[in-house]
Design a protein around this ligand. Structure first.
Ligand SMILES: NC(=O)c1ccc[n+]([C@@H]2O[C@H](COP(=O)([O-])OP(=O)(O)OC[C@H]3O[C@@H](n4cnc5c(N)ncnc54)[C@H](OP(=O)(O)O)[C@@H]3O)[C@@H](O)[C@H]2O)c1
Length: 319
């Protein structure tokens, strides 16, 4: 059976992806800065019947600051999935935080590259996360993979992140870079943040509400990673976004209807207020990016949740 090494496998996407790959029959090694803590969390979840890894899940350690990695993790792996990086929306951006967001990604890529060069291994394929923060703002037609990176902080971070993992291709590994859209999941991230005010009956529409959001359901996202592992012809960058992006107002009102029925009040939050509250990070919610999923679909990938209403129905319960 094939083994997948996942960096940042403890995070929002990594947890769902590990579970998906275990269900698909893979062995999984989670590479973490704190593997003991993660292993303990998984043991609790397993005891609660939520997660049954049946001995096919291992935890391993790396120290990105000191450029140290457990060689076993590299030697055992057939595939590497690189997700690690400081959360883009976790803290207000200042110079130090922006450096951390960038360097946590590029330095961890460098450690992976160095380890793949240093230790004998059988890794065939490396799949690195990237993000649709690469693009924008909208200028007419949907963004495709050949479009240049945006000049803003997110665009330039994605560019350097993708460049930092590129040496894997020169080593003869198949390298796939998945530019992920805004992930919709009940476990956290954008959907949880958008849902909070709905419990007070308020549906906040951010800025003009017309900015396009290219989203993806967590279940389709996990399947897209699985597809990229197995589809030998895939190489280079692919957008992972549902085929029907929506604007912010449509997303907020669909979510409000699903959670509150008719008992909600739409409320516009002006762009200036978001800039004041969030600083430069407001670009995350105000930038309009309509992203094309054609290249991924052309490889034979079919989205289960292509439209927003079906995605939201599967992820929400009325309150
Ligand atoms: N969620 C989304 O909507 C979305 C959209 C587009 C792209 N992405 C990208 O996909 C990747 C995974 O996303 P996610 O939502 O699962 O992120 P997440 O929940 O924040 O998890 C990221 C993982 O990276 C590791 N990490 C955190 N800070 C780090 C640092 N300073 N240095 C090295 N490693 C660090 C952590 O693992 P340990 O603590 O175990 O080391 C953490 O579990 C990220 O790179 C993210 O930018 C996410």
């Amino acid at each position: 059976m094939q083994t997948v090494l996942i960096t940042g496998g403890t995070g929002l996407i990594g947890t769902a992806l590990s579970r998906y790959l275990l269900e698909e029959g893979y062995h999984v090694i989670i590479l973490s800065r704190n593997p003991k803590e993660t292993a303990a969390r998984h043991r609790v979840a397993s005891a609660q019947n939520a997660f049954r890894p049946s001995g096919r899940l291992m935890h391993s350690r790396w120290d990105i600051q000191r450029m140290i990695i457990d060689p076993m993790a590299i030697q055992e792996a057939d595939y590497v999935i690189h997700l690690a990086g400081a959360g883009v929306a976790d803290k207000r951006w200042n110079h130090a935080r922006k450096q951390e967001i960038l360097v946590s990604r590029t330095r961890s890529s460098e450690l992976l590259v160095q380890s793949l060069q240093r230790y004998t291994n059988k890794v065939r394929t490396v799949i690195s996360a990237s993000a649709i923060g690469w693009y924008g703002p909208d200028q007419g037609s949907p963004f495709v993979e050949t479009d240049p990176a945006s000049q803003d902080f997110l665009g330039q971070t994605c560019l350097q992140w993708e460049q930092s993992i590129e040496p894997c291709a020169a080593m003869g590994k198949r390298l796939v870079k998945l530019r992920l859209g805004i992930v919709l999941t009940t476990e956290g991230g954008a959907l949880r943040a958008f849902r909070q005010p709905l419990y007070l009956g308020v549906a906040p529409i951010l800025g003009s509400g017309r900015q396009m959001i290219s989203w993806v359901h967590i279940s389709d996202l996990c399947k897209a990673f699985g597809h990229a592992l197995e589809k030998e012809s895939m190489q280079g960058a692919y957008n992972v976004t549902a085929p029907q992006p929506v604007d912010n107002q449509t997303l907020m009102l669909s979510l409000a209807r699903a959670v509150c029925g008719r008992r909600y009040l739409p409320m516009h939050v002006p762009s200036w207020a978001l800039r004041w509250l969030m600083g430069e990070m407001s670009v995350e919610v105000l930038k309009s990016a309509t992203v094309s999923s054609h290249k991924l679909e052309a490889t034979g990938f079919a989205f289960q949740f292509a439209d927003l209403d079906s995605a939201i129905r599967s992820l929400t319960k009325p309150c």
